[in-house]
Design a protein around this ligand. Structure first.
Ligand SMILES: N[C@@H](CCC(=O)N[C@@H](CS)C(=O)NCC(=O)O)C(=O)O
Length: 310
């Protein structure tokens, strides 16, 4: 069987970024569909309490956050298609910029516009993840036109970037293209003003259309129970050690806490430090459902601190 197991749900835009990437890589992968709202009892034993989507499982190695997931997919034999000509640094920098500059604004637009139509518990859950702690529905609505103006500015830069070759980097498809196209996919699919806002940006629209047409690779459905059993039947296969230039005084085996940057309602993640390099941090975690797993996070976008043993 393919080694790649993606935990996700169809509506998730960040998961769509990874699905586009799996399409670019023409990869074989297993699809586990999980709920859009907590509780997520068949996901969180794998992730040491990380609740977001997507999550990539390879045996008993669990990769959280798209930043980390894409590198794991590349390492699983897809580096040449995702990062042609060794463009990993450029692609990751562009993807990071697209997430903070554009995706955050797109989420505000989509969620604010869904107030009154989406279930109130969905709005409350996502507001607590993405908005300021004192956000109000009325305040979000007043701010909406200015948010759309800001996104339009970033879309204009992005469209100009694509205008020379149709691709974000050089003249080849890469992960950077997935990291742009998913924002258009999200705006168009989930906001009734999306198509009109995107229409003047023909290069973005063409890229989105190309990636939608290319598909998501070769998918086989898997149950969440089978994925947990698969983790239980494996041992983590990734290395241990500290190989970061600056290590923040952290020690292998020490209890640490990982938290999303900013004030969000995400549950904190605890575990014993297994691995640290300049861009990735990994913890050891066990649960009755999974046995021993290694859970991997990116460093950029997360606050790492020493924690008292649980
Ligand atoms: N930085 C994360 C962001 C992931 C994210 O915000 N995912 C959304 C779905 S698109 C999410 O998990 N929402 C809450 C949920 O599904 O419970 C990544 O790149 O993977």
């Amino acid at each position: 069987m393919s080694d790649l197991i993606l935990h996700h749900y169809p509506q998730s835009p960040v998961a769509q970024k990874i699905r586009f990437a799996l399409g670019i890589a023409l990869a074989d992968w297993h699809s586990v569909e999980i709920p859009r709202l907590p509780p997520k009892p068949l996901l969180m034993p794998l992730t040491a309490n990380y609740r977001r989507v997507p999550v990539l499982q390879i045996g008993a190695d669990i990769h959280c956050d798209s930043q980390n997931i894409i590198r794991a997919i590349a390492s699983a034999g897809h580096a040449n298609t995702l990062f042609p000509d060794g463009c990993v640094g450029q692609a990751m920098a562009l993807a990071g910029w697209a997430e903070t500059a554009m995706f955050d604004l797109a989420v505000r637009i989509v969620i604010t516009s869904a107030i009154g139509t989406a279930p109130p518990e969905f709005i409350a859950d996502r507001g607590a993840l993405y908005f300021e702690p004192d956000w109000t529905e009325a305040g979000m609505k007043v701010a909406l036109p200015a948010v759309i103006l800001q996104l339009q500015a970033h879309l204009a830069w992005t469209d100009d970037m694509l205008s020379a070759t149709g691709f974000a980097i050089g003249s080849k498809l890469s992960y950077a293209d997935a990291a742009i196209a998913y924002i258009a996919w999200f705006l168009r699919g989930r906001w009734d003003g999306g198509a009109a806002l995107l229409a003047p940006f023909s290069h973005i629209c063409a890229l989105e259309e190309m990636l939608v047409g290319r598909g998501n690779g070769n998918t086989t459905e898997m149950t969440a129970e089978a994925a947990l059993a698969h983790a239980n039947a494996h041992e983590p296969a990734t290395p241990t050690g500290i190989v970061a230039g600056f290590d923040a005084g952290l020690q292998l085996g020490q209890q640490i806490m990982l938290r999303q940057r900013g004030q969000t309602a995400d549950p904190d993640v605890y575990g014993r430090l297994r691995y640290l390099d300049d861009t990735r941090i990994s913890i050891d975690h066990t649960s009755p459902e999974t046995g021993a797993v290694a859970v991997h996070f990116p460093i950029a976008g997360y606050v790492v601190s020493a924690a008292a043993p649980l």
